[in-house]
Design a protein around this ligand. Structure first.
Ligand code: GDP
Ligand code: IMO
Ligand code: MG
Length: 425
């Protein structure tokens, strides 16, 4: 078995979908291991654009097995619509879904909204997809798993127990809505019938695939990790490399290559701290050139300079063996480009990311400044042939700085959304 892992090192939307699609050429199996349809992964193949929320990005390539692992939370309606969409576009996915993965239910979406309203001006800015409440139920042992969804007796029994309990919580939030157990059962048992043949023990499948190439696809980014991110402005799963093991059942020591995806600048969707944010014409340049609008909710992404304190934090926790830099093209045309490599917090220099929101609020990023650069299509072709040495000096200085600061090698450089706009180093 050879296993490669791809994860996000910032606040999500680093270009994981594109990187996974590229590496998937050599893989037999592509696995999503955490998150749910809060994720939005975009893949561009020729003129065709695919946007996945739950399906692993490898699902567009013929002959690959796509696995939705136990660590994912699944909204079955969304999963079915993604399968149907792929079929309409002439791709029949070969999909296996873990019987241990948890199901996002209507009350999870309703409570996601209620909790956000309750937080008022301290809201997280969630995607509203029910992710947090579903993971909460998993940990509280009140969840419904895919194995229950496809077993009508089990589903009925769980709903009869859980829905009255949720109604009490609705009451506490002052919510007037009530769910009808029979109606929920009817809708969800239908989803169960549709998905039944794909639901299986994916752990057994993965562990017995010893002669296959496996690619693990992360969602979100390390700064949205529920432990290591900017808590409570995070998502509800483990987005760092370690999440791949708990979310798929592949032991940590079997994962050979760990690739952290680093966008050449930083973006964030939703609320919460963002030390290198540029709420000015720099941010506008990045947002416009980078088309920084959320794949899932369409919200404009906040933009700022590359923050290497964040990236180092993510790479260290995840044991990264390589970096994939994306969207380097978006920096072209700027007079100067900056990257933060340390923080000043209350007069003390720090190069690790603090836990407390108070400390985070007091961060003053310390920047290294670079002169800008621009490139033509032809120059990129030269980089493809000759490697990183063919880059303009200023771009090389920027990339060298990233490698030197992080101590991790750049293995891939992406300069456009399409598959071909990629250089392996
Ligand atoms: P993910 O959530 O990490 O998979 O990233 P998203 O798909 O949400 O957002 C990344 C966006 O940038 C998508 O629209 C990609 O098509 C696009 N993209 C990926 N790599 C590059 C690149 O190197 N250059 C440019 N200009 N766009 C890219
Ligand atoms: P991909 O996989 C960017 C953010 C939300 C919000 C916070 C919590 O495309 O990189 P949640 O709905 O998860 O409870 O929201 O996390 N968020 C993302 N931001 N990319 C994502 O996924 C995200 N998934 C969640 O905006 O701030
Ligand atoms: Mg995304």
């Amino acid at each position: 078995m050879s296993v490669k892992l791809v994860f996000g090192t910032q606040w999500g939307d680093e270009g994981k979908g594109k990187v996974v699609d590229y590496y998937a050429e050599k893989a037999d199996i592509v696995v999503r291991y955490q998150g749910g349809n809060n994720a939005g992964h975009t893949i561009k193949i020729g003129d065709e654009v695919f946007k996945f929320h739950l399906l692993p990005s490898g699902a567009v390539r013929k002959g690959k097995t796509a696995v939705v692992g136990n660590g994912v939370v699944i909204d079955p309606e969304v999963l079915i619509s993604e399968i149907e969409e792929l079929r309409k576009r002439g791709v029949e996915p070969n999909l296996l879904i873990s019987d241990r993965a948890h199901v996002i239910m209507p009350y999870h979406r309703m409570l996601d909204g209620a909790e956000e309203r309750f937080r008022g001006n301290k809201k997280v800015g969630t995607t509203g997809r029910g992710i947090g409440p579903c993971y909460s139920d998993k940990i509280a042992r009140l969840g419904i798993r895919m194995g229950d969804l496809i077993d009508e007796d089990a589903l009925k029994e769980r709903l009869e127990f859980i829905i009255p309990l949720k109604h009490r919580i609705f009451e506490a939030y002052g919510m007037k809505e009530r769910l009808d157990i029979d109606e929920v059962f009817k809708e969800y048992s239908e989803y169960g019938r549709y998905l039944k043949d794909m639901v299986t023990d994916t752990l057994e499948f993965l562990q017995s695939s010893t002669d296959r190439e496996i690619l693990l696809e992360g969602a979100q980014g390390a700064m949205l990790d529920v432990d290591f991110g900017t808590y409570p402005y995070t998502t509800s799963s483990h987005t760092i490399g370690g999440g791949a093991s708990t979310g798929s059942g592949i032991p940590p020591n079997r994962i050979e290559e760990i690739i952290g995806v680093v966008k050449a600048y930083t973006t964030r969707v939703g609320m919460g701290p963002f030390p290198t944010e540029q709420n000015n014409e720099i941010g506008e340049h990045l947002g416009e050139r980078g088309h920084e609008f959320g794949t899932t909710t369409g919200r404009a992404r906040r933009c700022g300079w590359l923050d290497l304190v964040v990236v180092k934090h993510a790479l260290r926790i995840s044991g990264a063996t390589g970096i994939a830099i994306t969207k380097i093209d978006v920096l072209e045309g700027l007079e100067t480009v900056k990257a933060a490599y340390a923080y000043d917090i209350d007069g003390k220099k720090k190069d690790s990311f603090p836990a407390s929101l108070k400390d985070i609020d007091n961060i003053k990023p310390i920047y290294r400044e670079f002169q800008g650069w621009s490139m033509t299509e032809g120059e990129w072709e030269k980089v493809k042939e000759e490697g990183i040495e063919a880059l303009p000096e200023n771009a090389k200085r920027y990339l060298d700085f990233i490698e030197k600061e992080t101590g991790v090698k750049i293995k891939m450089l992406s300069y456009g959304p399409a598959r071909e706009e990629t250089v392996e180093l």
